[in-house]
Design a protein around this ligand. Structure first.
Ligand code: FMN
Length: 548
């Protein structure tokens, strides 16, 4: 049981846990939500700060350009500023996150409907939603990409809609751009495998409904917030999965003006009706694929109520070019899903790790499959094919490497491609991939793409990595530090290990050379002299020493 009696943390509990672990930076100087806030947090993704050093930022003195002060604080990075922060939200160490999801999906716990909820301590309706400074305009919603975005935009959302046929509710993280104190435009992806909420919209249209009820939650309890960006099976009640994560039912309460159930401990809930007839331009908005999404017609929402806790905190996700909070929140659950698919469903035991490349490529486009050295070639290819077919919009470029290649290190990947891949033998292009999530191209009618798969594994056992052994690097590091030379930040791999194609004779010779004994090595090699061989013929002491 956590520090409260409900059995799971709300955003306030979560921030306290982050504060306790030193993962929360609190800023009380005035910060302009539209021009300064997201760029400030962005620096921890583009300023050479390592992933583990990233933090959540709580802004307690939020203003706009006109100097208007907002009564609500804003938190950015609270859910997945880095993977450690996500783990705190799940209540488990990072390496247990996948098990927790597997358990929750297999054993969802239905939510419990309660009569009252903290999220409805304050209810704003009617005229109080109109006019500058009221309704949505009272909320400090930041501009995410200042200079490009056309509106302050909700990003850390659980957008709740209900299937009008089955009654099952869906939670999705979709953005919504502010248009007026009582109106915004919501963007739900229409592509294959896109937004669950869009299927509900289509069903409402088919039934002739002119509106679709919707509730947008800002600042759900972390276990509930995490289900919204996940691709869970259609028609699985996602709040049940959140209950599975918590191990207890999640409390939900009836929304005030629409027939939907919302998380009782949420910070803020914006209720309203989506217009299913008219669409309105939304954007531009900086997107996770790395380009600005240009204006598109999307779904206008008329706000019917804003309900919130008295001490509500507005949550916002840092998205746009990756890495970002948006990619961290997805990566934690996507990578283990791929690994489990290849190892458990397809039974390819040689697969050790699946890495979705994050920096700039937004996880979906490039996948690195790490396989054990010696995995049969046919299994390496089964892993590549299996990876590329697992999700419609993931795995456009797949590269198989061995465990000595750090998949997080692009230089190491290039090294593997440069020396272990023969383009004539080790490369396949597969046709008929869906276009997936990418910049809109007005002139492309055919959205089809293709897949590129590359086997960059070692095809034979290779000699060791050519850097001094660890003991010599460590000895000289001491000297470096004693001399007060610039601070070292070792970049793996920073030493070589005697693994691979390497003989004890060579190891012994290396030890002798490093201890001043090279003359003995010269005496040994003199005994192996031969006549008439072409220079660059290989010599292996285990095989050739006694062949005279
Ligand atoms: C920060 C962030 C913003 C997102 N914005 C959108 C969006 O505007 N529209 C959309 O359809 N999906 C968006 N997504 C992706 C969806 O959340 C994701 O596809 C999720 O699986 C949707 O849930 P659903 O399958 O229940 O619809 C976003 C994800 C994140 C993390």
């Amino acid at each position: 049981m956590k520090e409260n009696d409900r059995g799971y943390a709300d955003l306030h509990d979560h921030l306290a846990a982050l504060r306790e672990r030193g993962l929360l930076i609190e800023i009380d100087r005035p910060i302009d939500k539209d021009a300064e806030m997201h760029p400030l947090v962005r620096w921890q993704y583009v300023g050479g700060i390592e992933e583990h050093e990233r933090r959540a930022f709580l802004f307690t003195n939020v203003v706009n350009a006109q100097g208007r002060r907002y009564k609500f604080p804003v938190v950015v990075g609270a859910f997945a500023g880095n993977r450690e922060i996500y783990g705190v939200g799940m209540g488990v160490p990072l390496d247990e996150v996948q098990q927790r999801w597997d358990r929750a999906i297999a054993n969802p716990i239905p939510p419990r409907v309660v009569e009252t909820g903290a999220c409805q301590e304050v209810v704003v309706t009617g005229d109080a939603l109109k006019g500058e400074g009221n309704g949505l305009d009272a909320l400090p919603i930041p501009v995410s990409t200042p200079g490009f975005d056309g509106a302050p935009t909700l990003t850390a959302t659980n957008v709740i809609t209900r299937d009008p046929e089955t009654g099952i509710q869906n939670h999705g993280t979709y953005r919504a751009g502010l248009k007026a104190p009582d109106r915004m435009v919501v963007r739900m992806a229409t592509r294959v495998g896109g937004a669950g909420g869009y299927r509900h919209y289509q069903k409402h249209q088919q039934r002739g409904d002119k509106t679709m009820p919707i509730a947008i939650v800002l600042g759900a309890p972390p276990c509930v917030a995490f289900v919204a960006p996940m691709k869970l099976p259609v028609d699985l009640d996602e709040v049940g999965v959140a209950g599975g994560v918590a191990g207890v039912p999640i409390n939900v309460v009836r929304a005030k003006t629409v027939d939907l159930l919302v998380p009782a401990e949420a910070e803020i809930v914006i209720e309203g009706l989506i217009d299913t007839e008219y669409v309105e331009p939304e954007g531009p908005f900086g997107e996770s694929h790395g380009h600005v999404a240009l204006e598109q017609f999307n779904m206008p929402m008329r706000v019917t109520a804003i309900t919130h806790r008295k001490d509500a905190i507005v949550a916002s996700y840092l998205s746009q070019v990756t890495p970002s909070e948006s990619s961290a929140i997805k990566r934690v659950s996507f990578e283990p899903m791929f690994l489990s698919h290849l190892r458990n469903t397809l039974g390819i035991k040689g697969v050790k790790r699946v890495t979705l490349h994050e920096r700039m490529t937004a996880l979906r486009r490039m996948t690195i499959v790490t396989v054990e050295q010696g995995t049969p070639r046919s299994e390496v290819w089964r892993a590549l094919y299996g990876m590329s077919a697992f999700k419609a919009d993931c795995g456009k470029i797949g590269i198989a490497v061995n465990e000595d290649i750090d998949p997080e290190n692009s230089d190491a990947l290039f090294w593997a491609l440069a020396f272990r891949m023969n383009p004539a033998e080790d490369l396949q292009v597969l046709k008929h991939r869906s276009g997936g999530h990418g910049p809109e191209r007005e002139h492309e009618t055919d959205q089809e793409d293709a897949t590129l798969l590359i086997d960059a594994t070692a095809k034979e056992i290779l000699p060791p990595f050519a850097l001094p052994k660890r003991e010599y690097m460590e000895r000289s590091r001491k000297i470096w530090e004693e001399m007060g030379l610039p601070k070292l930040r070792p970049q793996p791999p920073w030493f070589g290990s005697p693994v691979g194609d390497w003989l004890p004779e060579w190891d012994e010779g290396g030890r002798r050379a490093a201890t001043g004994g090279y003359l003995e090595n010269g005496r040994i090699s003199e005994k192996a002299r031969r006549k008439g061989l072409r220079p660059e013929t290989s010599y292996r002491p285990d095989r050739d020493r006694d062949e005279h």
